[in-house]
Design a protein around this ligand. Structure first.
Ligand code: SAM
Length: 414
């Protein structure tokens, strides 16, 4: 990429709400799916950009968030937004290279990295970030992955230049396990997150181009968008939340690899608090009991995460006593797992827009691609009844991809 284009892209991204696909709703969704038992007081947001996720993390966890990025102008934009939203005391920005995490401290309850792990190599990132977490803490990471075994040639050629080490979902999940995490769950970012990301870049791109007086400039960003529009079913972002195991507390004997890609920017050493923060580690639970997650396959782990999520406090129960929660185990017709996965993805995306839907998430078993688990949570029975009558639900069932469905009601336990 030419230096001119690189400068233009930095300008565009500095003015953009996000620097990669994602959304407020997706960040909140991932937060909701974390184990209820996870007490969150200290959060680290790595590769935070202008703070698309940082702001949501501060608002929805009430924790203190340390936000790290290598590009100081992104952090300046984040500080300005945090100030406007009254979050100055909740966020500390640190201009640093996330490949060298030694100065960031340890004992974080939650480490968050949306779209940034790739820049120092995914496996290397997960390995070197693990010591940042307290025992039992969680890492939430989004990563660009191939969704299909044979991606379109155009997409393959584009990412051979842009992200040579791009892998499939199963490989990334295996790598997380290999470097000492237990996988609690994962989901794919919805297509709306890509559309919103590109839409958010339109005005800054137009303005940056017109500042240069050149209306014809064609950037990698525009090419990337075209590739997404034509081949976007073949790849996308996986959001996974592996946790540092309670059981596996030995020091990792393997040193982190050398970073696979560098941005070419030098890390600045400035550390700027948005507001007051004394840097002292907040008290945390110091939990040392064994993991509640049995070593099991993807579905078991997902169900475990759900049961934690549904065990709320009795005060909340009164307000939501009419809610309907179900876990459905779905078996697809043999040989049609890919069609069923796509149909479930469409159903999930449409259902999440229903006013009565609180949660609608499906998981596919890695060990048996015909097996799925669906987590459903509606505000009440009439919301579920309405869901069953909607066009997208009818279309899902009329596709006749199902071999069997068994659903259990999950009452909220107090
Ligand atoms: C794709 S953007 C994602 C930004 C943000 N998390 C989001 O989702 O909008 C990747 C971010 O990682 C930052 N980054 C890349 N390499 C880095 C490094 N070695 N250390 C710290 N930040 C880095 C970039 O400056 C950029 O803000």
């Amino acid at each position: 990429m030419e230096a001119d284009e690189l400068n233009l892209l930095f300008e565009v991204f500095e003015d953009a709400p996000r620097q990669g696909p994602g959304s407020i709703e997706t960040t909140r969704h991932a937060l909701r799916l974390l184990p209820d038992s996870l007490r969150v007081e200290r959060v680290l947001d790595l590769g935070c950009g202008t703070g698309g996720s940082t702001i949501v993390l501060a608002q929805h966890t009430g924790a203190h968030v340390t936000a790290v990025d290598i590009h100081p102008p992104f952090l300046a934009a984040l500080r300005a937004r945090a100030g406007e939203l009254g979050l100055a005391d909740s966020i500390t920005t640190v201009a640093a290279d996330m490949a060298d995490v030694t100065s960031l401290g340890t004992g974080f309850d939650l480490v968050w990295a949306e779209g940034s792990a790739y820049s120092i190599g995914f496996e290397n990132a997960l390995r070197s970030w693990r010591p940042l977490l307290r025992s039992g803490g969680c890492l939430v990471v989004t990563e660009l992955v191939w969704f299909v075994a044979e991606p379109a040639e155009r997409a393959r050629a584009f990412f051979a230049d842009e992200y040579l080490d791009m892998r499939d979902e199963a490989t990334r999940i295996d790598q997380a396990r290999d470097v000492g995490y237990e996988l609690v769950g994962s989901f794919r970012l919805p297509a709306e997150d890509w559309r919103a990301y590109y839409a958010g870049l339109e005005a800054p791109l137009r303005e940056a181009i017109s500042r240069r007086g050149d209306r014809e400039i064609y950037t990698t960003l525009q090419l990337e968008r075209e590739i997404y529009e034509t081949c976007g079913d073949d790849y996308g972002y996986l959001c996974a939340w592996p946790c540092r195991s309670w059981q596996n507390q030995r020091a990792d004997p393997r040193p982190p690899d050398k970073p696979m890609q560098q941005t070419g920017l030098r890390p600045a050493a400035d550390r700027q608090d948005v507001g007051r923060h004394d840097g002292s580690p907040a008290a945390h639970s110091g939990r040392s009991h064994n993991s509640p997650f049995a070593p099991a396959d993807h579905i078991t782990l997902a169900v475990q995460a759900l049961s934690n999520q549904f065990r709320g406090n009795p005060m909340q129960d009164q307000a939501v006593s009419m809610a309907v929660r179900k876990i459905a185990r779905i078996t697809g017709k043999s040989g049609q797992s890919e069609q069923l996965r796509l149909a479930l993805a469409r159903l999930e995306s449409a259902t999440r827009h229903e006013p009565g839907c609180v949660e609608f998430t499906f998981f596919q078993a890695i060990s048996d691609p015909d097996s799925f688990v669906l987590l459903e949570h509606f505000i009440d029975q009439s919301a579920l009844d309405a869901h069953m009558q909607l066009e997208h639900t009818r279309a899902f069932f009329s596709a006749q991809l199902l071999d069997s469905v068994t659903a259990v009601d999950v009452p909220r336990l107090s």
